[in-house]
Design a protein around this ligand. Structure first.
Ligand code: ZN
Ligand code: ZN
Length: 250
């Protein structure tokens, strides 16, 4: 399975990272619609697009306003944005307020049944689950016959959290890691994760590999999450970068 990494920053873009956006092009699936969303345009190979939102903070939805360009000239049979009902309402009422954006949203909305599995348009299934975060967030587990992944962002990581059992055994865990351990207080205050608990989650859930995203945009050095520390807990850990292509599963 191919995963395209379009946005790996949390909060705001910087010189090398846009905000949250991932794509599974063969499945017509986009995970979050941050500023990296503009890159979807060049990778569409399906006639449907299903965009799954973790929540409605701006770094995860601003790219929905890019869809007029992303879809320009494309013959799409359907474009659907999935999220919790109250988040979809907020997107429609606020992001697509005439004061913020001049045109009606070019997609249909579908409320999530959080906790229930639902079939995906091109095979496999997706299941959402609650994550603790100010205002609430949801994570996703995606399963196909021969591979699986989970997307967990905008939450405080803990090996004791309920979601660890839900993501158990996936081939690829994409998990936020906005802060280093030194900024644990900031992580707790803002409902985000820091290095050690993220690696502990991956180890306890026995995933195949861990890919860290939602990186602090102020951490512009070579080692924004102290990768060596994470790898001592879970060796198959890496830090995502924009433009990365990941192959996972068989
Ligand atoms: Zn975020
Ligand atoms: Zn958030």
């Amino acid at each position: 399975m191919k995963l395209l990494v379009f946005g790996t920053a949390g909060y705001h873009p910087n010189e090398t990272r846009d905000t949250a956006c991932l794509m599974l092009p063969e499945q017509g699936i986009v995970l979050d619609a941050g500023s990296g969303m503009f890159r979807v345009r060049g990778e569409i190979v399906t006639s449907t697009l299903d965009i799954f939102l973790s929540h409605a903070h701006l770094d995860h939805i601003v790219g929905l306003t890019y869809l007029l360009d992303v879809l320009h000239g494309r013959e799409m049979s359907r474009v659907t944005v999935h999220g919790e009902q109250e988040k979809l309402d907020a997107v429609r009422d606020h992001l697509f307020s005439k004061h913020l954006f001049p045109v009606d949203p070019p997609f249909e909305s579908a409320p999530l049944m959080v906790g229930a599995a639902q079939p995906l348009a091109h095979g496999g299934q997706i299941r959402s689950f609650w994550l603790p975060h100010p205002g609430g967030s949801v994570g996703y587990r995606l399963d196909w016959d021969d591979c699986s992944m989970a997307y967990v962002t905008d939450t405080t990581a803990s090996a004791d959290a309920d979601y660890v059992d839900v993501i158990r055994g996936v081939d690829l865990l994409v998990h936020e890691c906005n802060f280093t351990d030194e900024l644990q207080d900031q992580a707790v205050l803002t409902g985000h994760s820091h290095t050690t608990p993220v690696a502990e989650v991956a180890a306890k859930a026995e995933v195949g590999q861990l890919l860290m995203v939602h990186i602090n945009p102020l951490a512009t050095g070579d080692d924004p999450v102290h990768l060596g520390k994470a790898r001592r807990i879970f060796s198959q850990t890496s830090v995502a970068h924009d433009g990365q292509v990941i192959e996972f599963g068989n």
